[in-house]
Design a protein around this ligand. Sequence first.
Ligand SMILES: Nc1ncnc2c1ncn2[C@@H]1O[C@H](COP(=O)(O)OP(=O)(O)O)[C@@H](O)[C@H]1O
Ligand SMILES: [Mg+2]
Length: 357
Amino acid sequence: MKELKGTIQGIKKTVAVFFGGCSTEYEVSLQSAYSVIKGIDMERYTPILIGIDRKSGQWFWYHGDVERIKEGRWQTKEDCTPVFPSVDRTVHGFCYLDQTDLQTVSLDAALPVLHGKNGEDGTIQGILDLMGVPVIGCGLLASALCMDKDLAHRIVGGCGIRVPESVAVQEDFSEEELFLKAQRLGYPLFVKPVRSGSSFGITKVLKAEQLLAAVHTALEHDSTALLEQMVDGFEVGCAVLGTKELLVGEVDEIELSEGFFDYTEKYTLKTSKIHVPARISSEQAKKIKETAVRIYRLLGCSGFARVDMFLTPDGEIYFNEVNTIPGFTSHSRYPNMLKAAGMSFEEVIGRLMDMEV
Ligand SMILES: Nc1ncnc2c1ncn2[C@@H]1O[C@H](COP(=O)(O)OP(=O)(O)O)[C@@H](O)[C@H]1O
Ligand SMILES: [Mg+2]
């Protein structure tokens, strides 16, 4: 431990990389974090790996082999030191116990590579703010707004960008009203938890008979469900990198052959395909990039985010959602869109690390 302390207090910048987390997307985070850590230039940075237990939410400083993060076998007693965030701003880092001595570790920045609740939703960003540690990526407010599909739609829609029509349904909903609301939107429609990710809890509802079950499924993931009009066409994404000056990757396109982009499809691409660049005209791509940048600014994003939209057969762009911590494996959409624009995976990670450090 002492040796490690010596290293981290050297000239290299110390950056905490968070992985795991109390979220349904725990496994996805392990894959993203593994790739990010492998992409860090160790000559310039000392990453401090902080694993978060998926159930208890406990933080551990992980000293073991990075491969074991990918394999989901990082939680061993020998390699994990329990750590505690210090909200004492003279520390701007965390504390741990070395035998009976309280030790502190100062951080220059933190990069949460967590997906979904308790990671991508502003909560960890809030703790890092209290700790006085600069966050790489979106801050508390943008993270919380982007996580809430209803609020994000209201803000973006209120500024003149098309959003699918939707209605929010709370846990104490009346069945009669629910069916009326759904009928007004028309079938098929999408039912989703207002705050979730990786398509967890989402159902494409083709007819009224499926509605109630879909709402209950969504409500297992959140206290509010969203009924959303289905947008015709296909989904396109845009990788945005930066805070003041923005870099935008090539637009990508999700080609579905059936259903929707659900959890299995996202991580196996069995029946769907991702095209990057998207098979659209350069004018359309330009419009999509401009819209993505507007959305990124409207929601107060910083650092990096993936903006997802739908493109209809008439060429209209609809906002879908912003992923403030998108999938980050070397074959994920976000790095691939930047790669298509000429930036290697390592360069992307380098740009991220340089942002706050
Ligand atoms: N309004 C919609 N119209 C058409 N397809 C949709 C709509 N909403 C969601 N989908 C489909 O469901 C998938 C997951 O929905 P999304 O809102 O992006 O949730 P998540 O945050 O889990 O990715 C999308 O990638 C898309 O395939
Ligand atoms: Mg999505």
